[in-house]
Write a protein that binds this ligand. Sequence first.
Ligand code: ADP
Length: 431
Amino acid sequence: MFRKVHIRLTLLCAGITAVIMIIMSLCYLYVSESGLYRNQFQSFQNDIKTITTNLEQQSVISMEWLSKMEAQGSYLFYVLDGGVPFLYNQLSDTKDNSTRSLLLEECRNVYQNLDTTASSAQSDSSYVSTHVEFEFVSESADAKYYGSVISMGKYTSSLEIIVLSSLRVLEQQILEQRFHFFLIDLAAILLLTVFSWIFTGILLRPIMENHRKQTQFVASASHELRTPLAVILSAAECCKSAPPEKQDGFLKTINQEGLRMSALVNDMLTLSGSDNQRFSVRPRPIELDTLLMNSYEAFDPLARDKSITLSVSLPQKALPLCSADPERISQVLSILLHNAISYTPEHGRIELSVWHKKEHFYLSVKDNGIGISDHDKKKIFDRFYRVEKSRSTKEHFGLGLSIAYEIVKAHGGNIQVTDAEGGGSVFTIIL
Ligand code: ADP
């Protein structure tokens, strides 16, 4: 289930970022390409201006000068004297003469269709000469050209010089730029996908862990509930066919197991409340020493039944008031005391203490019982964890310490377990 979610999240994450990146790349390419075309056209216009000035200074248009200009600027020149072809230079990017003538024809057609009065026609005051620059697509050469027609009135007959500049090189550059962008975007998308996979994996980890714990909790809870339920069902079945004098025994069993189930359900409800943030803690200023004495009085008879000595150690000076929920802290002390009595053999000792040090209050329950190994110390606060299932009595579900942990956590405090000197365990609540 999580694998599918992981894949979907990765695709979503990488997809959104890739779309944004592609849009930005396209915007950049648009701006950059328009700039390139604009610059190229401007430099073509400037070159035409220079060429016009040069031509005006020459008494005779020399073929050499034109071929030099062609070689330098990759321009193609056509000179028409009174509309008659005067000079044809070799066209470097057209294959045959017919193509050349077609190209020239196309350029002249475009020029004739231009509204030259509204176009960029320029005239120089000393000579009657004009030049117009424009862009056109040649169908015969299947390429884009910048064209310019320079009309000169310097000579006896009118001269028309047509200058063509192919955009092939620029278009090639633009194509290369697009290809580079495509490669960069592709690499970035791949990297993004890998990054999204790792990133969403990290995000999903706590959710997966939570889900695993929930599933485990439900499995353990069903398992724990099944035992008393099976006993109740079989006791009820036996009760039906038992003689009246034996029915009391079965009813007692049903009652006991019912109480056990109710205690388990209450514990589970407490924990599910803490998971859903519905765990209510109402702190108010309380005297922790009084609270500890109350717990001592409540558990002393139980300890005596097991011949366990329960004692309290209080500080000599009166403790300051502590902000805590007295019912909840008493519940934690009950869990710890109940465990201490359960896991301490007869004639053992349990000591309750409270002290205050540097803004913190400490409450501890120390026993000289069976103790807890270092390996188990890490796990005993987990739900349904019991060190040795066979060692625990029927009333122990392995939920007590997880409830205690949640209560102390809700107070912003901490609970720790350490080994007691000479054996046994010490549970310390820090508030
Ligand atoms: P349980 O209801 O089984 O006592 P807890 O969550 O309270 O569940 O405790 C978890 C486990 O920690 C217990 O099963 C027990 O093995 C161990 N444990 C808790 N308190 C003590 C203690 N004072 N001495 C030794 N073992 C303890």
